[in-house]
Design a protein around this ligand. Structure first.
Ligand SMILES: Cc1ncc(COP(=O)(O)O)c(C=O)c1O
Length: 409
């Protein structure tokens, strides 16, 4: 037992040294460390491979729940998915793709890239795609950061950022928010010689807050040219056109901006796992080198293509989202005397703060009992908040009534 622990520790240190030590010493140490490890391993068969320290420092991603603890079916309003399912044309395209399942999909996703380029006025060669935008957030960290480097992101932001940062051995630098919104000055103040990247989501998850074009421009202008600004626009389709944050314009012209987007939200394709990104040719070329050869299946690509053309579905989703987000915020405003407050949102969810007698945990349990699963976020330093995805009219009406009952209104 003692020997096994010693061998694991030695293995870990040797592993680190083998990665970072000077070349001649590495070769020497390599041989003697391997010999010692082998000797120790032979004495105790419980010796096991040791994960990297920085991997074990990762708190695993917690997805939104879809059933209650006792297995009851409930309205899932915890993962910011489309409440209207998937556009019919996208479902039909996905079904039709079943006839081509024996073949590998197009590794270059040419049709999807061309369609996205035409839609947004982009160079198709500079579009990268991934298994959800999640994969792109990981790929970019793997391309531009490693041990000894720092990646900055706001305190209340997407929970994949710390995972993607630690996964590559880089150091997360978490900066303060400004009343739950992204604080550009706090980000700029945190930049050091070791900073390689900044992640921000706009609109932000889990707060729903939005940084206007001038703020994004100010952030970009204040960053050194060798620091990559990642603007995660997973919820941008819910914005009014006038609210464009200028991210794609920056990615068109600046050498240090990557914009990521997804088909998982308004397009109703979370399960298809299609995300895409736009940046300079050099950034895209570097990221492609570590991308898996096939990001998503043919059904996913065909469904995404069809969803891009589902204009009525998108327009309806957007209008519905706005109406019900505003109604939810207005209802919460009437519960201010109960300590409730909605953080102003531009996404397809609202973050509701519980600063009175009824706690967020109590409300979370009460809503679950009433048939609505929302997101309680103690793991993201928000034990006093619930993130509620905007659902159908029936779901929103029921949820609002339940919330009023729970807080005693
Ligand atoms: C801010 C943000 N970025 C990225 C994603 C990942 O989306 P996907 O991997 O489904 O494209 C999400 C999903 O919830 C998100 O909230």
């Amino acid at each position: 037992m003692v020997l096994a622990g010693a061998a694991q520790r030695l293995g870990r240190h040797a592993g680190n040294w083998l990665t970072i030590g000077p070349e001649p010493m590495r070769a020497g140490l390599c041989q003697s460390a391997r010999a010692s490890l082998k000797a120790l391993a032979m004495t105790d068969e419980r010796l096991a491979p040791a994960p990297k320290d920085w991997i074990m420092a990762i708190a695993p991603y917690v997805p939104g729940k879809s059933t209650t603890d006792d297995g009851r079916a409930v309205a899932k309003m915890s993962a910011n998915e489309s409440p209207f399912g998937t556009p019919e044309a996208a479902r039909a395209a996905y079904r039709a793709a079943a006839d081509a399942l024996q073949a590998y999909p197009d590794s270059a996703a040419v049709k999807l890239r061309d369609a996205l380029a035409a839609r947004h006025g982009l160079d198709p060669a500079r579009i990268i795609y991934g298994t959800g935008s999640d994969e792109l957030l990981h790929l970019v960290a793997g391309t531009f950061a490693g041990p000894g480097d720092e990646i900055i992101f706001p305190r209340f932001s997407f929970s994949v950022y710390p995972i993607a940062t630690r996964r590559v051995g880089a150091t997360p630098v978490v900066v303060a928010d400004s009343d739950y919104a992204t604080d550009v000055d706090a980000i700029l103040a945190a930049v050091t010689d070791r900073t390689r990247m900044v992640y921000i989501a706009n609109p932000n998850n889990p707060t729903g807050t939005f940084s206007a074009r001038a703020e994004i421009a100010r952030l970009h202008a204040g960053l050194p040219r060798d620091v990559l600004l990642v603007i995660d626009q997973a919820y941008s389709e819910y914005l009014d056109p006038a609210d464009d944050d200028g991210g794609l314009d920056l990615a068109r012209s600046a050498p240090n901006v990557l914009v990521t987007r997804t088909f998982s939200k308004i397009f109703g394709l979370a399960s298809a796992r299609v995300g895409w990104g736009y940046a300079s040719a050099e950034i895209i070329d570097a990221m492609h080198r570590i991308r898996a050869p096939f990001s998503f299946g043919i059904g996913s690509e065909q469904a995404a293509l069809a969803a891009l053309g589902a204009h009525d579905f998108i327009a309806h989703s957007n209008a519905h989202n706005k109406v019900w987000r505003e109604r939810l915020e207005a209802e919460v405003a009437t519960l201010a005397n109960k300590g409730l407050r909605a953080v102003p949102s531009k996404a397809n969810f609202s973050l509701i703060l519980f600063e009175g007698e009824v706690s967020a945990e109590t409300a979370y349990q009460g809503l679950m009992d009433a048939g609505y699963i929302v997101r309680w976020l103690p793991g993201q330093e928000l034990p006093h908040a619930l993130r509620i995805s905007i659902g159908t009219e029936e779901q929103m009406t029921g949820l609002i009534a339940a919330l009023r009952r729970i807080v005693g209104a």
